[in-house]
Write a protein that binds this ligand. Structure first.
Ligand code: BES
Ligand code: MN
Ligand code: ZN
Length: 498
């Protein structure tokens, strides 16, 4: 979809629709909204006076200008309370407007940048949020189905700004926002794709293709290669599936010598049946999304490449199904990780920590300054935090704080959980160095406590079980995969050298 930037006055745009905005509680519109109101002889002020539109966040109302201006429709969207306004509200408002424009059948529309005026956002940031919200809000996964009947397709959006001095910043914000949103949509596409199509081999092919387009070295190690390297946990999970596993490594070298290395690791279980410890029928279909962490890594790598960030960034995705079969691993089995540690299997459904553990061991070879892993790891994390934040666990508080700052800016929230040594008691095993489940208490934490055994660098674990997909069709999220983690990681990396 096209996103053009142009100097001009929004009330003069000839378009299917123009978008203006208003904060809650404003009685007399100013700025661009005021100019449109004047051109419409006070239509907007009338609606405000009637109390029918209060400016609540994401509220919309449509005006028909009857020839007073060239645009066919005017869409007024609420920004909510000024004191609660920030980048995420700008992102949401952009998505709300885009969805409404599509519903109205607008093929093109023009919009102002939300929040750069009295909203107080930096112009470039506001433009980035506008691009992200617009593209992500219009996202639909329609590979297997006609698009839902929601009005058709928006072909192009023109961002109109009166102040010529702001245009360069807006252009730059749009460039960044587009790269990030496109990466996030790659992640959504992969995660939404059913397990019979989004196989480990498909993930590897996608990674290779992205690698070619963005100058990223991509390799995928086979099952035999992983086994020979001592990845007993990853191959233990993979051995039960007929779908060949792939250990995907994407190596982007955008920094000169001496640049920092950051490794992103993503859980790539393309379907989690639970294995011999099989899951109940209900909801098992959602386990096609169990590679959402891996999808976020692949999407983030694309964005990093597109933006040409001056860093060494490595993406690792251990990809396999978790299946039951005559060759599947079993409860009671003991597996040996790449770093030599042993783990007794109590549940084959606690497979994410196994594949991630070997991937974290592998990450050590890059001598990273930081490693971030993302995984739909535990139902317990979803119980703890719901769908509004990922669980964050870390062995390095400065790095954890950097992620929190990136979360604030990207709108992909995190909430830190403790990783005290006391939790290690719960994963002690009679027969091996540890066991792979920690009982009922603190399930998201004991999972991270297991991962910690495979880490010897600054590390953050993000449990995205609650945030990776949802039923919500609000704002910039659509039903199904969210692509959570792409904006967060790219924001972290963009600010890395600051
Ligand atoms: N992929 C699941 C976690 C999950 C469940 C994510 C539901 C999103 C929604 C993971 O592999 C798993 O099965 N975890 C178990 C661990 C338990 C056996 C210790 C869980 O959370 O129940
Ligand atoms: Mn599982
Ligand atoms: Zn899983």
């Amino acid at each position: 979809m096209k996103l053009n930037v142009r100097q001009g006055q929004i009330q003069n745009e000839a378009s299917d629709l123009i978008v203006v905005n208003l904060f809650e509680g404003v009685t007399m519109p100013g700025g661009a909204t005021g100019a449109v109101d004047a051109a419409l002889q006070g239509m907007i002020a009338d609606v405000l006076a009637s109390g029918d539109f209060k400016g609540r966040l994401n509220a919309t109302t449509v005006f028909y200008p009857r020839g007073a201006i060239q645009a066919k429709r005017v869409l007024l969207v609420g920004l909510g309370k000024a004191e609660k306004f920030g980048l995420d509200q700008a992102r949401q408002v952009a998505a709300t407007a885009a969805k409404k424009a599509r519903e109205l059948g607008a093929k093109t529309y023009a919009t102002i940048v939300h929040g750069a005026g009295i909203g107080g956002l930096a112009v470039q940031d506001a433009a980035q949020a506008l691009a992200e919200g617009t593209l992500l809000g219009l996202y639909q996964y329609k590979e297997y189905k006609k698009a839902d009947d929601n009005g058709g397709e928006v072909g192009g959006v023109t961002i109109v700004e009166y102040d010529a001095a702001k245009l360069d910043d807006i252009q730059e914000g749009v460039r960044v926002g587009r790269a990030i949103a496109e990466g996030q949509m790659v992640a959504r596409d992969l995660s939404n794709k059913p397990g019979n199509a989004a196989t480990p081999a498909f993930l590897a092919d996608t990674a290779r293709q992205i690698g070619q387009e963005h100058d990223i070295q991509v390799t995928a190690l086979s099952f035999a290669e992983c086994k020979a390297m001592g990845m007993g946990m990853f191959s233990g999970v993979a051995q039960g599936s007929n779908e060949p596993s792939q250990f995907i490594v994407m190596d982007y070298n955008g920094g000169g010598p001496g640049a920092d290395t950051v490794v992103l690791v993503g859980k790539g279980i393309t379907f989690d049946s639970g294995g011999i410890s099989i899951k109940p029928t209900d909801g098992m279909w959602d386990m096609k999304h169990d590679m959402s962490g891996g999808a976020a890594v692949i999407g983030a790598m694309q964005a990093v490449g597109a933006l040409g960030l001056p860093l060494h960034v490595v993406g690792i995705v251990p990809a396999t199904e978790n299946m039951l079969s005559g060759t599947a691993f079993k409860p009671g089995d003991i597996l040996r990780a790449m770093n030599g540690k042993t783990i007794e299997i109590q549940s084959t459904d606690a497979e994410g920590r196994l594949v991630l553990g070997d991937a974290l061991c592998y990450a050590a070879r890059f001598k990273p300054q930081a490693v971030i892993d993302m995984a739909t790891l535990t139902g317990a994390c979803m119980i703890a935090l719901g769908k509004h934040a990922a669980g964050l666990l870390s062995n390095d508080q400065p790095l954890a704080d950097k992620l929190k700052a990136a979360a604030d800016r990207s709108g992909e929230r995190v909430w830190q959980l403790p990783l005290w040594d006391e939790y290690n008691e719960q994963i002690k095993s009679t027969f091996a160095d540890m066991k792979n489940t920690g009982g009922r208490g603190g399930g998201a934490i004991t999972a991270a406590a297991i991962l910690k055994n495979f880490v010897d660098f600054p590390w953050v674990h993000l449990d995205i079980a609650g945030t990776a997909w949802g039923e919500d069709d609000k704002g910039y999220n659509t039903k199904g995969a969210t692509g959570y983690g792409v904006r967060l990681c790219v924001e972290l990396l963009r600010g890395w050298n600051r």
